[in-house]
Design a protein around this ligand. Structure first.
Ligand code: ZN
Ligand code: ZN
Length: 367
């Protein structure tokens, strides 16, 4: 089993990210930000440990980690690029923030990742109430650079190959959980460091549950099957769903459902380009399914950003207020779920470009 890193990936442009964050601090009403979200710390420094927080102010970046990461942290920060100017200090309790703040009252915390008790403890260390910030680093992470896109594309290609390998086993009598395991195994042997999330293989009535867990039920002829899975390469994830009917699409109700949802996905994908409102992409999918009488069966948002996290910004939904931007990587994944009968979802991970998009997941859609 080979699960080493995928070769030939361009370096990540970590060096620019700290300055991009610094440019946001004043508008956020802070002089410094204590970054505590572990994925955000990784994004800004290259450090992959599960415990660490990063102090960022106008001129310094200080990574505080506990003793377990004494060697790993400096090596990873150095590996992220010569211009990444991050000092690493050993600390298990973030006490260095007292000296770093040096009396300043405008210290930001990441509201999404700090617990109430931590917030109170930091208020003591800082001798004053910190300022809540929301989504500063997450906002930067929405637009991917070339190195990030290359990693997501590599993860997507691994998932494509895994499906091609497992597809012949998608037959009557096969068990959902075995097929999910086969996909996971194929992704690992194909070079993924992990699966991007818990792989879904859901057949028959189970396919009508958008977040079904693979069970022990053998697939039967005529079953609809939803396979939703992704790979991880160097921390970056891919996300793809393909739907099938055991025995081929045929010409019945299953075939209608498979093609109606595919039409909806194509209507959404056709809009994906720089500057297009996110809500319009969602509306295109919804309008298409409405026209097919399946509006009520589409019970979730159209898509989400993908990167270091499987679900990140931007959300592609009816309530989204922003627009797509070049460099974002999003999914378009309409579905229709008919309780007691079955469900269908088609999902691709795509890169937004100036004049449209490029699909990163490329498995054929031949149910
Ligand atoms: Zn998915
Ligand atoms: Zn998804």
């Amino acid at each position: 089993m080979s699960n080493g890193p995928v070769a030939g990936l361009p370096p990540l442009a970590v060096a620019d990210r700290l300055d991009a964050l610094r440019a946001l601090l004043d508008d956020a009403g802070v002089d410094a930000l204590l970054v505590t979200g572990t994925t955000n710390v990784r994004y800004l420094t290259g450090f992959t440990g599960s415990a660490g927080s990063l102090w960022v102010d106008g001129w310094r970046a200080v990574l505080m980690t506990d003793g377990r990461y004494g060697d790993q942290a400096p090596a990873q920060v150095a590996g992220a690029g010569a211009e990444v100017d991050v000092e690493v200090v050993g600390s298990s309790d973030r006490s260095p923030v007292t000296a770093l703040a040096d009396g300043s009252a405008r210290i930001g915390l990441e509201a999404r990742s700090v617990t109430w008790s931590e917030q109170r403890r930091l208020a003591n260390l800082l001798d004053g109430d910190p300022v809540a910030t929301d989504g500063l680093v997450e906002g930067l992470r929405e637009v991917k650079d070339d190195g990030e896109v290359a990693r997501i594309a590599a993860a997507a290609a691994i998932a494509d190959r895994a499906l091609a390998e497992v597809r012949p086993a998608l037959v009557a009598g096969a068990v959902e959980a075995d097929l999910a395991l086969a996909l996971d195994h194929a992704m690992r042997t194909g070079g993924a460091s992990d699966r991007a999330f818990e792989t879904i293989v859901a057949g028959g009535p189970n396919s009508a549950l958008p977040h079904a867990r693979p069970g022990s039920r053998p697939l039967a002829d005529g079953d609809l099957v939803v396979c939703d899975f992704g790979a991880v390469v160097d921390g970056y994830r891919s996300d793809m769903t393909r739907s099938f009917r055991i025995g081929g699409p045929g010409s019945g109700r299953e075939a209608d459902l498979l093609s109606a949802v595919l039409d909806a996905q194509e209507a959404g994908l056709a809009l994906v380009a720089d500057g297009v409102p996110l809500a319009e992409v969602d509306a295109a999918c919804r309008t298409s399914l409405d026209a097919a009488g399946l509006g009520e069966a589409f019970t979730h948002g159209t898509g989400h950003g993908v990167g270091l996290d499987i679900h990140e910004g931007p959300a592609v939904s009816a309530t989204a207020t922003g627009t797509l931007r070049v460099g974002q990587v999003v999914t378009v994944e309409p579905g229709a779920y008919l309780g007691g009968f079955g469900g269908v979802r088609w999902e691709d991970t795509v890169l937004v470009t100036a004049d449209g998009h490029r699909a990163l997941t490329r498995s054929p859609k031949d149910p």
